[in-house]
Design a binder for this molecule. Structure first.
Ligand SMILES: *[C@@H]1O[C@H](CO)[C@@H](O)[C@H](O)[C@H]1NC(C)=O
Ligand SMILES: *[C@@H]1O[C@H](CO)[C@@H](O)[C@H](O)[C@H]1NC(C)=O
Length: 226
């Protein structure tokens, strides 16, 4: 209420310069203790008018302040929601020349070790699993690349994006006339909090990369659902 007090100090100056404010309050109910001086002592009428205008200004300022406080609260809530809804990760396979696979019997999780962005570490770079921190519609993108090593050698790229172990989208290139190959899948999918999303590499297939990051895996929350 400091601001109100300061404004009261300048009130007399404002009044001296004529009728600037329109809060003359015709028809408004006044507090009884502000009316009484006028009835009992005519000499105090000037003061009474002053008191009335002061009270009306205070009311006006109070209601302005209240609506500003409401606006501030709602802006703070919106900002907090936006902050809580930020989910994004983007990772590359490796920072130096390296191949992952081929594996023999069972599929493995590809562990991406080069982190571009990983808000609140929702992507675990030890296990290769993105654990969904907030339910919503997500954009997931996978780009795979492999190198057969020499012309004519077989190339086998076979991976899938999995949710809780079940494939959502797969990429497959098994070929022997191409030394290198690259493929991309982008999907929108509704995920629940706690879902585990990973990239699985099938037996007999392998991925190769270097500091150019030919293999990337990314995801972000498009919008949250309850
Ligand atoms: C304005 O707000 C203050 C603090 O809440 C209160 O004490 C005062 O009575 C209010 N004035 C009016 C005119 O409503
Ligand atoms: C990643 O997973 C490992 C193995 O489950 C765990 O020990 C580690 O705490 C996890 N890291 C984060 C950041 O959650």
């Amino acid at each position: 209420m400091k601001g109100v007090a300061v404004l009261f100090c300048v009130l007399s100056l404002v009044l001296g310069q004529g009728q600037i404010y329109s809060w003359d309050g015709t028809g408004e109910t006044l507090a009884p203790d502000l009316i009484n001086p006028c009835l009992t002592d005519q000499n105090s009428c000037g003061c009474c008018v002053m008191q009335r205008q002061k009270w009306q200004l205070e009311q006006y300022l109070n209601s302005s302040l209240n609506s500003l406080e409401d606006l501030l609260t709602s802006a703070q809530t919106t900002l907090r929601n936006i902050r809580e809804n930020r989910v994004a990760f983007s990772v590359g396979l490796t920072d130096k020349r390296r191949c992952v696979g081929p594996v023999k019997m069972t599929a493995i999780n590809v562990v991406y070790q080069s982190i571009f962005i990983n808000i609140e570490e929702a992507y675990n770079s030890t296990t290769g699993v993105f654990t969904v921190p907030r339910s919503g519609v997500y954009n997931l993108a996978l780009t795979v690349f492999s190198d057969a090593g020499s012309p004519g050698a077989p190339l086998a790229v076979c991976t899938s994006i999995r949710r809780n172990g079940v494939a959502l989208a797969a990429l497959k290139e098994i070929y022997d006339q191409d030394q290198e190959d690259q493929a991309t899948a982008v999907i929108l999918v509704e995920l629940r909090v706690g879902d585990r999303v990973s990239v699985s590499l099938q037996p007999g297939c392998w991925l190769c990369d270097d500091q150019n990051h030919y293999n990337t895996f990314s995801g972000f929350l498009l919008y949250a659902t309850v």
